[in-house]
Design a protein around this ligand. Structure first.
Ligand code: ADP
Ligand code: ZN
Ligand code: ZN
Length: 749
């Protein structure tokens, strides 16, 4: 008799390293009600049915194996579901939803598996006074005990020494140390050194009392708290304009949750993980908060994970990977700037942190607070339709007004014979700031392309014939030519526009460096700073640029999208978007969404304190709904337009979308595999599933690999799961898989 849900997939708890798959077991009737995903169980394993423990990661009713030959779960291990169980069942979901092996999924959720030894240091101290030590040093020197004398003098100089430093700097061998210990000169103390992130280590002087919340902030906190107190968990969207004080709202919520003995994860885009942000949390929560970021060593990260596991901290602040901190009493996940692209993993499994956060919170009985001034279209819809709770902040916390927006039509500039990258209006506004001693930020929206060449008359963009990406100008002084940054294709710089014949063809989005040069040429008195990947790549790089700007040692900050994120700079009263259109040229259904978010965030940097702000947008498409909504300061109008466009065209969030990318050095094999995949999908005969492709990917040849893409759209997300599973399990594809690689990109929904 076939019963529903009587088979469990179990991850065995031997050494996680060795596991690449889950093993199937039968759930005996007596345990049905007690077993869910994450439950620890005892099972017979291997030859001789040795009893071991494992975690149930999935319950199902079908098996590819003969069900009568499956072994049976012995019993449920007592106690709460441990955090590893929760994370492993999260891994099982990730594998299924985003497509990967179990091993890749486990690696994602248990990122730090092998113990990175915490540093055990032994410290040397004098047990005698320094005067006495001086005498001992002289005695040793008189007896030509050079090594002993050297160590005593070293210790006199450094006061304390670790054995490691004693060895490296003063060449002290173990026998030298031992003999000084015996002679009653020094002692050795053991101490476990906690590798603490520098941001957290010392901030007592920053300790700060909470601010008094505005009415809107209080209302948001109240809504959350009354649910929390009633034991309800939800996903909230804290939709608050730039400068509305979202961080203060998070902190109030966090305080309540940790006072309750529970734990919280605060996700922040990697790029916003600056000293300033971390300090705000440290100032509130002291050493109950810690931080993770990609510049930390494996050891530092391991220590912070262990501190979290041992309940030494209540809050972890970090990028998307902080989602997998082993908290066992998780109460809240905050996701700041929830629209940010860095929440999408670009490695297999290509998970989206928002979806995983909601999934993890559900397993842990926790809530999720998503915050943004420009929510993702998906989250906006969820909130509007009531599946998320909407918390809105319409005003700035400091009482400052939102910046005044000016939209400049660049085609009109050209008609007026202005060929500069500064429109007349922007130039005039910059002059005004220079005269009044206020600051300006100039933003060049490049979204990964290092610049492009376009026609100033008609807007035509020159693209690589092989890749369908825009080309970048090189060798301006010596021999101007165009290079494709993806495949290396080059061609001479054309003299006229291939589309309309106009002579005004030029490199646009010149890169921050050249913009700085142009600022210097146009505004010779201005002091200019540049902030981009090049000027910030070293540790503390962001602060090295921002600190002098904050101290008003510069008038103009030129930068990439890096400058639009989260910084609070009270003297900035003018923000200029030099080329607002750049990200609109991407042939991706999210390009308007990205442009909208970037421009709104950029404008949000202006006039955050007492001085009113202005925002100048230079564009070739002033009439687009995205620019219009910003000009009118009516973001809801943008979302409405975007949603109706997505509904009409069948894009997420209205349909699930999966990109299957087949890549190979061998084009024929990639094509063949892609065709086979298409056939397999068709054979499933799933209703209302649209397949587009196989066709060469937008980036059809990258790093010597041909790329063929298929896009699948479906109203039912389960069909997408089914397709992933079918391809993953299709053994007939294996011969081709030896020469090809398949990756999945599932759009967040
Ligand atoms: P957001 O993240 O929404 O852009 P922040 O939390 O960074 O906003 O707050 C913007 C500025 O307003 C910060 O300098 C913050 O200290 C200040 N602020 C926030 N809430 C209040 C408040 N209730 N009273 C006074 N200042 C506040
Ligand atoms: Zn043209
Ligand atoms: Zn190319």
């Amino acid at each position: 008799m076939q019963m529903s849900g009587d088979i469990a997939e179990v991850i065995v708890n031997i050494s996680v390293d060795a596991l690449d798959r889950a093993f199937e077991y039968r759930i005996p009737d007596s345990l049905t009600s007690r077993i869910t995903e994450g439950t620890p169980v005892a099972i017979p394993f291997g030859k001789g049915d040795r009893e071991i423990t494992g975690y149930v990661v999935r319950i199902k009713d079908d098996s590819e194996w003969d069900r009568d030959r499956l072994k049976t779960i012995l019993r449920v291990e007592e106690g709460d579901i441990p955090v590893e169980g929760q994370l492993l069942s999260l891994a099982a979901w990730i594998r299924e939803h985003y497509g990967s092996t179990m091993n890749e999924a486990i690696r994602t959720v248990l990122p730090i598996r092998e113990r990175v030894k915490s540093v055990e240091e032994h410290w040397l101290n004098f047990v005698i006074s320094e005067e006495e030590a001086e005498v001992r040093a002289e005695e040793a020197e008189a007896k030509h005990h050079i090594a002993k004398a050297r160590l005593i003098r070293g210790l006199l100089q450094d006061k304390v020494l670790s054995t490691r430093v004693a060895r490296e700097r003063y060449k002290a061998t173990k026998s030298v140390i031992d003999s000084l210990v015996k002679a009653g000169v020094i002692e050795v103390v053991d101490e476990r050194i906690e590798r603490r992130p520098e941001e957290i280590s010392e901030t007592p002087e920053n300790r700060r009392e909470p601010v008094e919340l505005t009415d809107e902030q209080q209302e948001a906190v109240r809504t959350f708290l009354s649910d929390y107190e009633a034991g309800e968990t939800h996903t909230y969207l804290l939709y608050g304009v730039t400068g509305s004080g979202k961080t203060e709202v998070y902190m109030e919520m966090l305080r309540r949750v940790i006072d309750d003995g529970r734990q919280a994860i605060v996700l922040i885009p990697e790029i916003s993980l600056t000293h300033q942000t971390v300090e705000r949390f440290a100032a509130q929560f002291g050493d109950r908060v810690t931080v993770l970021h990609s510049r930390m060593s494996a050891g530092e990260r391991y220590d912070q994970f262990m501190r979290a596991k041992n309940h030494e901290v209540d809050i972890v602040v970090g990028p998307r990977s902080a989602l997998f901190v082993p908290f066992d009493r998780l109460g809240l996940i905050v996701m700041d700037e929830e629209h940010d692209g860095s929440y999408q993993s670009d490695k297999t499994p290509t998970y989206h942190a928002r979806e995983v956060a909601i999934r993890r919170a559900a397993g842990a009985g926790a809530s999720v607070v998503l915050g943004s001034a420009t929510p993702s279209v998906e989250s906006y819809r969820e909130a509007i339709e009531g599946r998320y709770r909407m918390l809105r902040l319409r005003g700035r916390a400091t009482g400052a007004s939102l910046p005044r927006v000016h939209v400049v039509d660049l085609r009109k500039e050209l008609e007026a014979k202005n060929h500069s990258i500064f429109s007349r209006l922007l130039a005039q506004k910059i002059e005004e700031r220079l005269a009044s001693g206020e600051q300006t930020m100039l933003f060049i929206n490049r979204r990964g392309y290092a610049g492009f060449v376009s026609c100033r008359s008609c807007g035509y963009v020159i693209k690589c014939p092989h890749c369908d990406v825009s080309m970048t100008e090189h060798g301006r002084r010596s021999h101007p030519h165009l290079v494709c940054h993806y495949c290396g294709h080059t061609e001479p710089m054309p003299q006229t526009c291939p589309s309309c014949g106009s002579g005004f063809i030029a490199s646009f989005g010149l890169g921050t460096e050249q913009v700085c040069e142009m600022v210097a040429a146009r505004f010779p008195t201005a002091r200019v700073l540049r902030m981009d990947a090049d000027t910030t790549k070293n540790k503390g790089g962001h602060e090295r640029v921002l600190a002098p700007f904050r101290k008003e040692q510069a008038d103009i900050l030129v930068g990439t999208q890096m400058i639009v994120k989260g910084h609070d700079l009270p003297k900035v009263t003018l923000v200029g978007a030099i080329a607002a259109d750049l990200s609109m040229f991407q042939s991706d259904y999210t390009s308007y969404e990205k442009t909208f978010a970037l421009l709104m965030q950029a404008g949000g940097r202006a006039g955050r304190a007492d001085l009113p702000g202005e925002f100048v947008i230079q564009t070739y498409q002033p009439e687009s709904y995205c620019i219009e909504a910003i000009r009118k300061n009516d973001p809801d109008a943008y979302y409405e337009q975007e949603l109706s466009y997505r509904r009409l065209t069948g894009y997420p969030p209205f349909q699930s979308m999966l990109k299957i990318l087949v890549s190979s050095e061998n084009l024929k094999m990639a094509e063949e595999l892609a065709e086979r995949v298409a056939t397999e999908i068709d054979r499933l005969a799933l209703p209302e599933v649209t397949r587009i492709g196989p066709a060469p990917d937008r980036l059809s040849f990258i790093k010597d690999r041909h790329r063929i893409a298929l896009f699948i759209k479906s109203k039912d997300p389960k069909h997408i799961d089914r397709i992933i599973k079918t391809i993953e399990n299709d053994t007939s594809l294996e011969p081709l898989m030896r020469h090809c690689f398949i990756s999945y990109g599932r759009s967040p929904q």
